[in-house]
Design a protein around this ligand. Structure first.
Ligand SMILES: Cc1cc2nc3c(=O)[nH]c(=O)nc-3n(C[C@H](O)[C@H](O)[C@H](O)COP(=O)(O)O)c2cc1C
Length: 367
């Protein structure tokens, strides 16, 4: 990603209605194109490194139909890349839902539009209801990653200088493949994956430039350090380097109490609990399967941006938490807000300069 900042920052989930906060508050995120475009241009000026969309095909219901209206991520990325100058914009693509050669060409097209600023978030899928919509079958967990391996091998071959090639695998049998143009200016798009299982993480370590891991509330600083170090050591054993990122939800206000109150207002008092429960049920997390305290903890965590580190407090507190992540060996974090456009200016004005003073980032641009 095009900056030398030690802690890279991105915005996560802006292509979806409600973004990542499962809340009913009226100011929740629209996910509309004009709002996404304004946000991307603001982020670009502030020196934020990337925008990461969510590949979501079916909303989760509830009073808000949480994430019910989503902009398709590849076309979204192309639009934003055309209208920004520095940002990396990811497309989030479900490998099993699109043939790899069509996908490879879409990626190259986006990469040319952005002059090398396109990134790929490869996902294998987990939500059966989404797959049924396509008439597709969600493979068992291990097979999902075996399929994704071949799929990505084909994409990388299509990007390579190879002129014509054949591919014979367990899932694809392709003859006389020709794919031009190649990615922008002899580079290739950055590839990330967010596998959480051992198989998913091994896939990322083998194939990707970055692994995004959710560090849930309660996981200690020491565990975070261990996780990042373990992933990086496993990559080095294969002669590779991998960056480790995480995901967070920012509620930053001038006073810590205000931040805590707003968090409570959005995420507890006005959470869209029906949507939360429907998401959790898809993951088999229910009162019948979990102890009451544990169920309550996970439920609240899920309401706050579908999981992810809650960064709640005044600018000093939020900057301190972010500084700790960098010290733990993380390369960066993708954050969300209840309303990105309303809240990014304050974050950029107050938190980014503190990170610059800690030496983690360049001084932010004026938005
Ligand atoms: C940062 C991040 C982004 C993700 N984006 C998506 C997405 O857009 N669409 C999706 O279906 N799954 C998404 N996932 C889910 C992961 O791709 C993956 O399925 C999940 O972490 C479970 O890991 P596993 O496949 O190793 O079991 C995301 C997860 C994280 C942490």
């Amino acid at each position: 990603m095009g900056s030398a900042n030690r802690l890279k920052l991105g915005l996560f989930g802006a292509n979806c209605s409600s973004g990542r906060a499962v809340t009913m508050v009226p100011e929740r995120w629209s996910g509309s194109w004009p709002d996404c475009l304004q946000l991307a241009q603001m982020a670009d000026r502030a020196g934020i490194e990337f925008m990461l969309p969510i590949g979501r095909w079916k909303g989760y219901g509830g009073a808000t139909d949480y994430q019910g209206a989503t902009l398709e991520t590849m076309t979204w990325a192309c639009g934003l890349l055309a209208k920004t100058e520095r940002l990396t914009v990811f497309g989030t693509v479900h490998a099993p839902l699109i043939p790899p050669l069509i996908a490879a060409k879409e990626f190259v097209t986006a990469d040319h539009i952005g002059a090398g600023r396109f990134g790929l978030n490869l996902v294998c899928g987990w939500n059966e209801g989404e797959f049924e919509m396509f008439g597709a079958t969600l493979r068992d967990h291990e097979a999902r990653y075996a399929y994704a391996q071949e799929w990505l091998d084909v994409v990388k071959l299509a990007w390579s200088p190879a002129e014509d090639f054949d591919f014979a695998g367990a899932f694809f049998n392709l003859k006389g493949v020709r794919a031009k143009p190649k990615p922008y200016a002899g580079t290739r798009p950055m590839i990330m994956n967010a596998g959480a299982s051992a198989t998913g993480q091994a896939f990322a370590i083998r194939n990707c430039d970055a692994l995004f891991s959710t560090i849930s509330h309660g996981i200690s600083f020491a565990e975070t350090v261990r996780h990042a170090a373990k992933v990086q050591a496993l990559a080095r054993k294969q002669g590779r380097e991998i960056d480790v990122y995480t995901v967070g939800v920012v509620t930053c206000r001038p006073r810590a109490r205000e931040a805590a109150e707003y968090y409570r207002h959005c995420i507890v008092e006005n959470a869209d609990w029906d949507a939360v429960d429907s998401i959790l049920a898809m993951k088999n997390i229910m009162p019948q399967t979990h102890a009451p305290d544990e169920f309550r903890r996970i439920r609240e965590h899920q309401a706050n941006g579908m999981g992810g580190l809650p960064l709640v407090g005044d600018p000093d507190m939020v900057a301190r938490d972010l500084t700790q992540l960098a010290a733990a060996g993380l390369t960066g974090i993708a954050v969300s807000f209840v309303n990105y456009l309303d809240e990014l200016p304050y974050f950029a004005a107050e938190v980014l300069p503190r990170l610059a003073r800690s030496g983690l980032r360049e001084k932010p641009g004026v938005i």
